[in-house]
Design a protein around this ligand. Structure first.
Ligand code: KAW
Ligand code: ZN
Length: 647
């Protein structure tokens, strides 16, 4: 999360802005894209940018500070401060926009100067009249608040309540409330991962949606209207189109669809295999052999990654487990230890260490004395000094990977710190999401885990390799359709192709079509299930993760080649390779100063400037062959007549 102009608005939930632009006295069209004026003086334009940069960094600092204060302590006072600060920041942005768009910048000679003006000429939500902007900011803050403070009652209490529901007295409601304190992180997440009780899982799955998404529905409808108003004032058809602009590509939608088509066979084979294992566990009265998988049985609240089913679905059981969570707990590892492990990997590549303010100010454990936004994030305070992570770290292998993910964001910040503020962004949002994950691909290898004493013994044989690839597939392949459909859904809402009366049904149509999952209890338009996933109330675009999951394998392959790795891609560990570190750093240092296609070209040594599914397919190839063999006498894919309830 950072804060400068349009590109930031796309990244940061609350760094939104404005007052009435209509008052601007000149006749520049405020509802055109990339507005420019008639001042041809490039030297003056350059000077303006220098002044802008200093002010922008200061304003950004104050804005991010108020965001941080609220996100790490969800009080009414902090919310009011944030809302006020957002309006001040919007004023600054509008002022900057007015000045910037007086220049005939499209005729400027210097390409970097043109690019800076291009970024500045999109105002973002600050284009809204003040009243609407205020309303948008308030809705954003309140949706995030509802999501982040949502709690549910334990299943055990539910059983008691239904058993004794006839003779309950007044004491019940108070004892019920006292016990209804389960939060998503860590309680509910742990239940989803660990419980193998069909009914308990269905209860928790529904209770979470009742207490989060359902409550947000009405506010989200208004939020969409206001967001679209803003997008139109910026010259876009709707907010979905405005979001997609950060990829600077005319073929983005086609490219995504093509990638998905190439990856579908991998997903279908994993889906069919896991479905069979789940039928063995839960029975064929619960799951059809050619049907979708009930969404609550995959070990994750959104069925977005399936690591939770690893233990009982492993291809070759009885080998050393690849989930090192027990070792971490046994070693009494702390959140701080996990952050130190991650930092050590970055420095082994010759990359930058986390600066002292990072260690001083980051929140890496869930506080017990206040409510915070637990969903992990990485923050750039725009002053070249202050960088922080906020994470309610649980002592699990999955969270160790998340620590690397978040630290990847900080490393990107540190690498592009010398760029002008407008270029302190990822080459595209998917690049930002990919950095930490690329390192985590090396960290997760059995050899590396053994080297850092998290595994005692490794199964260095073909069966062990399949187990390993399978465990990574449960993180990466399972995620792909979810990473794709989140924004397919949102783009449909923003464009109006999906009407508000069918928001939830459409969600389940996409969940069925792409993921092949179904809800364990009937869903209706009273519910709002997308709102039960952080990025919807948090207003964070999601296609970046789909992009990241594809390109991180391109990066992994390129860095492994730089490191001189030989042999299969999945065995590569770039630990301590200064060559790999140098290449990565070259790309990160660019920030968004060049279109991402150029960054991709540098990363791949000129081989391609596109997103390419070939490396992820290559990485998983032995597993794909194995799964195909396992599935040869079984149905691939799924059918269902009604996406809003499991058949
Ligand atoms: C995922 C990603 C990597 C590995 C495993 C994964 N499993 C699932 C995901 C996708 C996604 C998720 O949980 O559904 N991951 C995250 O949300 C991690 C959080 C984040 O680092 O991406 C965070 C989200 C966020 C964005 C804006 C406001 C608040 C939270 N993004 C950043 O902190 C961030 C930092 C710099 C630039 C852009 C984003
Ligand atoms: Zn991230």
């Amino acid at each position: 999360m950072g804060t400068t102009g349009f590109w930031i608005v796309l990244l940061c939930t609350f760094t939104i802005t404005s007052t009435s632009l209509g008052a601007s006295s000149n006749n520049r069209d405020i509802s055109a894209k990339y507005v420019s004026g008639d001042n041809p003086d490039e030297a003056e334009g350059f000077e303006f940018l220098q002044t802008y940069d200093k002010r922008a960094s200061q304003e950004c600092y104050l804005s991010v500070l108020s965001n941080w204060a609220y996100a790490t302590n969800l009080t009414e006072e902090n919310k009011q401060n944030l809302l006020e600060r957002s309006l001040v920041y919007a004023e600054f942005q509008k002022e900057a926009w007015k000045n910037a768009t007086s220049f005939a910048w499209k005729q400027f000679k210097n390409p970097s100067t043109r690019r800076l003006f291009k970024f500045l000429s999109i105002l973002g939500t600050a284009a809204l009249p003040t009243e609407k902007l205020k309303e948008l900011n308030e809705i954003s803050a309140s949706m995030e608040d509802t999501y982040s403070t949502s709690k549910i009652c334990p299943y055990s209490l539910q059983v008691v309540i239904t058993d004794e529901s006839e003779n309950l007295d007044d004491d019940k409601s108070s004892s019920e409330e006292e016990n209804c304190t389960l939060s998503l992180e860590p309680d509910i997440t742990r239940i989803l991962k660990k419980s193998q009780n069909y009914d308990e899982l269905a209860y928790v799955w529904k209770a979470w949606r009742d207490s989060s998404g359902k409550k947000i529905r009405k506010r989200y409808e208004r939020f969409v209207e206001l967001s679209n108003d803003a997008a139109r004032l910026n010259g876009f058809a709707d907010m979905g189109e405005m979001w997609r602009e950060s990829y600077e590509s005319d073929t983005f939608l086609e490219d995504l669809e093509n990638l998905w088509k190439q990856l579908l066979p991998l997903y279908e084979n994993l889906h069919a295999y896991v479905r069979r294992k789940l039928i063995s566990k839960y029975g064929n009265d619960k799951i059809r052999p050619d049907g979708p998988i009930p969404a609550h049985l995959l070990g994750n609240m959104w069925a977005q990654d399936w690591a939770g089913v690893q233990e009982f679905t492993e291809p070759y059981p009885g080998k050393p487990s690849l989930d090192v969570t027990p070792q971490m707990v046994e070693q009494n590892m702390t959140a701080l230890d996990m952050f130190n492990i991650s930092e050590e990997f970055f420095s082994s590549l010759g990359l930058k260490e986390m600066p002292p303010p990072f260690w001083e100010h980051s929140v890496i454990e869930k506080p017990t004395d206040r409510e915070i936004v637990c969903h992990a994030s990485a923050w750039d305070f725009c002053n070249g000094k202050d960088y922080r992570i906020k994470q309610c770290t649980d002592i699990t292998m999955q969270d160790l990977i998340t620590v690397h993910h978040e630290m990847g964001h900080i490393e990107y910040y540190l690498q592009y710190a010398d760029q002008p503020s407008l270029f302190r962004e990822g080459a595209n949002p998917g690049f930002h999401e990919a950095v930490g994950d690329v390192l985590a691909l090396s960290v997760s290898t059995p050899k590396h885990l053994k080297a850092i004493s998290l595994l005692n013994e490794i199964a260095d044989d073909p069966e062990g390799d399949i187990n390993y690839l399978y465990s990574i597939a449960l993180d990466k392949i399972s995620f792909l359709p979810f990473g794709y459909l989140m924004d397919l859904w949102r783009w449909g809402i923003f464009s109006g192709n999906t009407s508000v009366e069918e928001m939830n049904t459409k969600w389940w149509e996409l969940r069925l079509k792409y993921q092949g999952v179904c809800p364990p209890v009937k869903r209706t338009e009273e519910d709002f299930d997308p709102g039960a996933k952080y990025h919807i109330p948090g207003n964070t675009p999601y296609i970046r993760y789909f992009v990241s999951f594809v390109i991180q394998f391109q990066f992994h392959k390129a860095l492994c080649e730089a490191a001189g790795h030989e042999g299969p891609l999945y065995k590569c560990d770039i630990y301590q390779s200064k060559e790999a570190g140098k290449l990565l750093s070259q790309v990160l240092q660019l920030g968004s100063s060049k279109p991402w296609t150029e960054a991709m070209k540098i990363m791949t040594g000129g081989k391609t400037n596109k997103m390419d599914a070939a490396p992820i397919i290559e990485y998983f190839d032995p597993l794909i062959q194995w799964l195909k063999e396992q599935n040869k006498n079984y149905t691939l894919g799924w059918t269902s007549n009604d996406p809003t309830i499991c058949p």
